[in-house]
Design a protein around this ligand. Sequence first.
Ligand SMILES: [Zn+2]
Length: 219
Amino acid sequence: MCGPAVRIPNAMEIYALQPVSGGVAPKWLNPGLIERVPVNGSQVTLDGMELRLCGRRTASGKVRSGEYHIPPGTLVEVWRDADGLFVCARAADVDSVRVGQLARDAALRAAVKEREQRLRAQAAAFNADLAIPLRWAPGVTEDDRAQQDGASEQSSDRVIHILLRESIHDGRLVRKAGDLLCRRSAGLGSGRRQVPRPVEGAQVTCKECLAFAKRWRSD
Ligand SMILES: [Zn+2]
């Protein structure tokens, strides 16, 4: 993410607020509500309710009581915590934490994308090195997926086969287009779903397929 350098506070100061006067407006029953108001003295006024800054939240979530002064006019963001207590933090702190989070998220996404691209390049180089003189694609079968319960499409645990796009009759190796190199699709147990399908950009991992493919390697 481009932009000015962002100062990220180590820990955003969160202050506890104590109602001094006025009732809680019904809209504040909504736990997700956030509002920004200026500090006046050591108090804020929220929908007719006066709240006093009465302490500061520690990292463990406890409130350390005390007098806390935020310069008058400073904008604070007010919300209710998980226990329904009113708390606030300087709006500027909240913003820089959010911007910092956005920057971290963007950096993380960039790293994930870079890793995916690197893995795809590795897979492409590995697959090309197999020097298979037939049209083919990396492929998986539903059967393998059932065995690897829960393995996702991108999971490195999936067995990636060599899925042939054309037939071959080479000595004892007889395969049709749509077969895997390691086994024929026809003649497998009925009722088992054995429809290989291609997985773009995946690296072949099936040991049997790789063993069959050795016949085409000159080294
Ligand atoms: Zn295979």
